[in-house]
Design a protein around this ligand. Structure first.
Ligand code: FAD
Length: 389
């Protein structure tokens, strides 16, 4: 079926959905992109920083948005590591690594350039059925018929729930919070401006860094169970408690952050699987393979999945494109998933000996070894022959 005739619906306008829409348009398709969040929330100033490596930068180049990404992100000169009290532990030179750190809204705006007005916002997928075509039930009572549904609807994917029936994702016994505040806030001045900052406390770790227009921080901490957070005030109190106990050096920054700019999330994953599709319904990004963020791969994998799928759809019939997409992506993504799971266990272990070993590695491991780990995770995002149209 020709590109103009294949009707494609994309559920979810995060990094995965936006990339899919952008790349499919480049192949002559006219996909419908919808998201349950209202338009002003899709690009809202909430979320952490994403590290985007060389491989994904080359995808952004192929999509025509690399310059925008580089202009709205930062290449940090060093990664400064501290203990929770702010005592310096080590400084790692980052100049040899081609990594741009981008705040989530900047990544969303970069990928959404020229698409933002076309997202059908405030529209939730509530059901999916497959016969000859795919029927997508929406929260407003409407149903959409399509030839292909791309589920880019995140960790708790409704598309996955409707089609895979394989239960909810697994809680990784860890919680995360993100926050953002003006880079000119006096609390930020305690850390060097052109570096990323990693803080290692006894129970939890923090990452922060300056961007062109803001300071972005995130905190990760172990939790026996998912601690659902309430309205903004309660959320901020929850994060403040963890930070006051384990990462006091970050407390002034957390306290200076507007509670509306703090997000608290659980960390979830799933067992690796070789298939992310059923018939004409195919999953990308966190919907397909939620992963602990310890390797910094979530948004990068979502972008690479969607780009790969879109380029293959431009070259092959849908069934063949989907098979090739799974064949290319699942083995490398599953390797990263297993590594992230191992690292997650070490990072959030309640066992003091393991915690001590973890801190020792971060303090003393050779720089080349640490950078090699990051580069090898990023190699999963090489798309090789698909970059050329
Ligand atoms: C602490 C932390 C740090 C992280 N750091 C990094 C990092 O450094 N680098 C990195 O690459 N990744 C990182 N990640 C991971 C990253 O946030 C996600 O993995 C990434 O956003 C996945 O993209 P996605 O498009 O698949 O899903 P999402 O970004 O979750 O987008 C899904 C979209 O679908 C919409 N949606 C959900 N349900 C429905 C529905 N039923 N109908 C319609 N729309 C729906 C949502 O509103 C949302 O807009 C981090 C995650 C955490 C928790």
């Amino acid at each position: 079926m020709s590109a103009s005739k294949l009707r494609i619906v994309i559920a979810g306008a995060g990094p995965g959905g936006l990339t899919a829409a952008r790349a499919l348009r480049g192949q002559g398709f006219q996909p419908i992109l919808l998201d349950k969040r209202p338009a002003d929330a899709l690009f809202a100033d909430v979320g952490g920083a994403y590290d985007i490596g060389r491989e994904v930068l080359s995808i952004l180049r192929a999509l025509g948005v690399e310059d925008r990404a580089r202009a709205s992100g930062m290449r940090w000169k060093t990664l400064e590591t501290y203990d929770g009290q702010g005592v310096s532990i080590r400084s790692m030179d980052m100049s040899g690594l081609e990594v741009v750190s981008l705040p989530r809204p900047a990544l969303q705006q970069t990928l959404g350039e020229g698409l933002i007005d076309e997202v059908r916002a405030g529209t939730e997928v509530v059901g999916v059925a497959q016969g000859e075509r795919v029927t997508v039930a929406l929260s407003d009572g409407e149903t959409l018929e399509c030839d292909l549904l791309i589920g880019a609807d995140g960790v708790h994917s409704a598309v996955r729930r409707a089609i895979f029936e394989d239960g909810p994702p697994r809680f990784c016994q860890a919680m995360a919070a993100w926050g953002t505040l003006p880079v000119t806030d006096p609390s930020v001045g305690a850390f060097p401006a052109d570096s990323g900052h990693l803080l290692l406390g006894p129970r939890g770790s923090g990452v922060g860094g300056g961007m062109p227009d803001r300071y972005v921080w995130s905190v990760l901490w172990p939790a026996a169970a998912y601690e659902a957070s309430g309205e903004p005030g309660a959320r901020n109190a929850q994060v403040r408690g963890v930070v006051a106990e384990s990462l006091p050096a970050l407390l002034p920054i957390v306290e200076a952050t507007d509670p509306a700019r703090v997000a608290v999330v659980g960390i979830w994953d799933r067992d690796p699987t070789p298939r992310w599709s059923r018939g004409r319904v195919v999953l990308v990004g966190d919907a397909a393979h939620p992963t602990s963020p310890v390797l910094g791969q979530g948004a990068q994998s979502a972008i690479t999945d969607s780009f790969t799928l879109a380029r293959l759809l431009g070259r092959h019939e849908p069934e063949q494109a989907i098979r090739q997409y799974e064949g290319r992506r699942a083995p490398v993504v599953n390797d990263n998933l297993r590594s992230a799971r191992r690292l997650n266990r070490l990072w959030f272990s309640p066992n003091p000996a393991l915690q001590w070993a973890n801190r020792l590695i971060l303090r003393w491991a050779p720089q080349r070894w640490m950078q090699g780990g990051f580069e090898s995770a990023n190699r999963a995002n090489e798309v090789g022959d698909l970059l050329g149209v």
